[in-house]
Design a protein around this ligand. Sequence first.
Ligand code: AMP
Ligand code: ZN
Length: 113
Amino acid sequence: MSDCLFCRIRDGQVPATMVHQDEHCIAFRDIHPQAPTHILVVPRKHIATLNDATEEDALLLGHVLLTAKKIARDEGHGDPGWRAIANVNRDAGQTVFHLHVHVLGGRRLGPLG
Ligand code: AMP
Ligand code: ZN
């Protein structure tokens, strides 16, 4: 069994509120939401951080971002606005080392940093 939480969610071994699944990625609601909408878009492929992505992952990363866009639109945030974030390593506060994009929306989001 994988010791990666998001691989386990992908494989159905840990429950999550799934909002999207396709051949290349899944998306589910964050367990500690920081905004009215807080969804994580996760490639099925285990890539620990964005630092570990390569040219081989270019189409996959594009697909993850376009999926984030579709989800934000479907949640009603396209026009008012929303945010996509990928934390990388310690200084960004990454806690789960399986690449993911946070989709945040539904309130005025403060400045980054
Ligand atoms: P990061 O800090 O960028 O690595 O983001 C990891 C995110 O995963 C955090 O926002 C957590 O709240 C979220 N998280 C941790 N465990 C779970 C879980 N079991 N289901 C859904 N989201 C989770
Ligand atoms: Zn993983």
